[in-house]
Design a binder for this molecule. Structure first.
Ligand code: PMP
Length: 384
């Protein structure tokens, strides 16, 4: 089948896979064994990988904590900030369209540790309601968490503006950038964030590894994420998975060099699909924001056609989805983003998420348009 679900995950780039291979075989040493060459070689590879990942986001290597993925990074931000807080601040602001790996730990730790979570409303575009945000940012707020790019409709937030406002009030700022590494070169200094989560498998790297950027100023004030042998400067104990670290590093190196051409590719694919749908007289609505949006994402509502049924009917040829992978499997009305940007239950049930990647080409788009047109016409005939 042709893959159109790059926001759920991306394939491992063949160059990434090649770079990882030796660390499963001849270079299998424990990167924390410091008495022999196999250990030293693995340690060198991990150090280099951390430098590559840090360099992609303009951070220092010691500001990058390797985790198992964005879910773990997000969980840690809430646990760590709420536990380490020595001020009277007791409110956490999160956007109302966060991925569950942000909202679930936020509510969990807030209840456990005695904090209040307030969700920030968004406009129908998916952009944060700035007036409301400014009003809610007061001296009781400890931390703000707003995703950089939405995983369902692709809306890109203005992170520097949002973090600036938070810092004016002495508030910590975290962003979940799991979907943001493929549509822009991230600069954590320019973004002025305190924490940032991201994940290798969303950027042509392996599954099972991600990172949490922690600003140097905060490194010494946070409790460890995992207690044990003191690896990663005592912040997250456990033997690092050398092959995964190396793969993440290589994926970061490649994306830094190729992102501009990738973005052109995504934009062309998105435009071609929209034009194809128009040409085929399919009645659809594009969800999210018309300008600042991830070009690799297209969320469309085709009223009258149940998206689960469409995805299922087209499944032999295509991998498409109704909402985020973490919500799917039941039905698309589980989507919080679509609800929060104001779609009705009917519209949500008729919404497809199509995403484009490095491998997407015009031939595939034309085929998708053709099959989509066929599947949205058969039913029309049946009801006429
Ligand atoms: N945040 C967002 C916005 C995501 O899209 C995802 C992946 N679906 C995650 C977090 C979780 O990432 P991971 O799979 O690396 O835990």
């Amino acid at each position: 089948p042709i893959y159109f679900d790059y926001q759920a995950t991306t394939p491992v780039d063949p160059r990434v896979f090649e770079a990882m291979k030796p660390y499963y075989k001849e270079e299998f040493g424990n990167p924390h064994s410091d008495e022999h060459s196999l250990g030293w070689n693995a340690a060198k590879a991990v150090t280099r990988a951390k430098e590559q990942v840090a360099s992609l986001i303009n951070a220092l290597p010691e500001e990058v904590l390797f985790t198992s993925g964005a879910t773990e990074s997000n969980n840690h931000v809430f646990a760590a900030t709420m536990m380490a807080n020595k001020t009277d601040r007791r409110t956490i602001l999160i956007s109302s369209i966060e991925h569950k790996s942000v909202s679930e730990p936020a509510f969990f730790y807030a209840e456990l540790l005695g904090y209040k979570i307030v969700e920030l409303p968004v406009h129908p575009t998916g952009l944060i309601d700035m007036e409301c945000y400014k009003k809610l940012l007061d001296e009781d707020v400890l931390l703000v968490s707003i995703m950089a790019v939405n995983n369902e409709v692709g809306t890109v937030q203005d992170i520097p503006a949002l973090s600036n406002l938070a810092h004016e009030q002495g508030v910590l700022f975290h962003t979940d950038a799991a979907q943001a590494t493929t549509n822009q070169l991230i600069d954590v200094l320019a973004w002025d964030v305190d924490f940032m989560s991201f994940s290798a498998h969303k950027m042509y790297g392996p599954k099972g590894i991600g990172a949490l950027f922690i600003h140097t100023a905060l490194l010494s004030s946070l409790p460890p994420l995992l207690h044990g042998g003191g690896q990663q400067n005592g912040l997250r104990a456990g033997t690092l998975p050398t092959p995964l670290c190396v793969g993440f590093g290589e994926a970061a190196r490649i994306i830094a060099r190729e992102i501009e051409t990738d973005i052109i590719k995504y934009n062309n694919a998105r435009k071609a699909l929209i034009n194809g749908l128009i040409k085929n007289k399919i009645k659809f609505k594009v969800n999210g924001n018309s300008s600042n949006t991830h070009p690799g994402n297209l969320s469309i509502t085709i009223l009258g056609f149940n998206a689960s049924e469409l995805v299922n009917a087209m499944q032999p040829y295509f991998c498409l989805s109704t909402s985020s992978a973490c919500n799917s499997g039941t039905n698309s009305s589980n989507s919080t983003t679509l609800q929060r940007i104001g779609l009705s239950e009917d519209e949500i049930a008729c919404t497809l998420r199509i995403s484009f990647g490095k491998e997407t080409n015009i031939k595939q788009i034309n085929f998708l348009t053709k099959i989509l047109a066929r599947n949205t016409k058969i039913k029309k005939k049946a009801i006429q």
